[in-house]
Ligand binder design. Sequence first.
Ligand code: IMP
Ligand code: MG
Length: 186
Amino acid sequence: MAKINPDKGRVLVGRKRIAGCVSRLADEIRKTYAGQEELTILAVLTGSMIFLSDLIRRLPMRLRLELVWMTSFYGRRSQQGPPKFKMEIPPGLGGRHVLVVDDILDSGQTLSLIMMGAASQRPASLRSCVFLAKKRPDLPDRVKPDFLGIEIEDEFVFGYGLDYDNLYRNLPDVMVMKSGRRSGKP
Ligand code: IMP
Ligand code: MG
């Protein structure tokens, strides 16, 4: 089996910093929903799954998990159209306290689309939690997550759930190309 070549990337956000960040986010979320009986997480597949599993195990509350599946990014921003649903937002969010969880914010299109779709079901409250956000000063009106982990430069990253061509999600750290390219193959 081919091994991942560690020379191709460097650690941008290491596992210790990730753990600290997840724990801080969980504290913020716990405090925000302290008065509520139940929380519904709507997680965006596939990239959020590692972050999601770390986060929800730090949320000691009555919690429902719903999933939505969006098209992948693959690091070729210029060839991309708008994000598309592979699996639609499930029904039943009406009247619930809904928290959308995603891995990374780039243009914000994915999160905006999901927030709009979820809002149309009239939840009792609707917020978002995103692990990473790329600095995009060119997009001042980009959607703002209610809970944000770490801001990073506008570079292509992989690992900790984030992929290139559906690869490298299993790496325990967030990696970036050594050359600092915005996109490309690790
Ligand atoms: P946006 O719609 O442009 O905000 O892109 C967000 C989605 O694209 C995320 O849910 C990720 O799945 C994916 N994405 C954006 N940037 C990266 C990256 O650097 N590496 C891997 N996936 C990314
Ligand atoms: Mg995604």
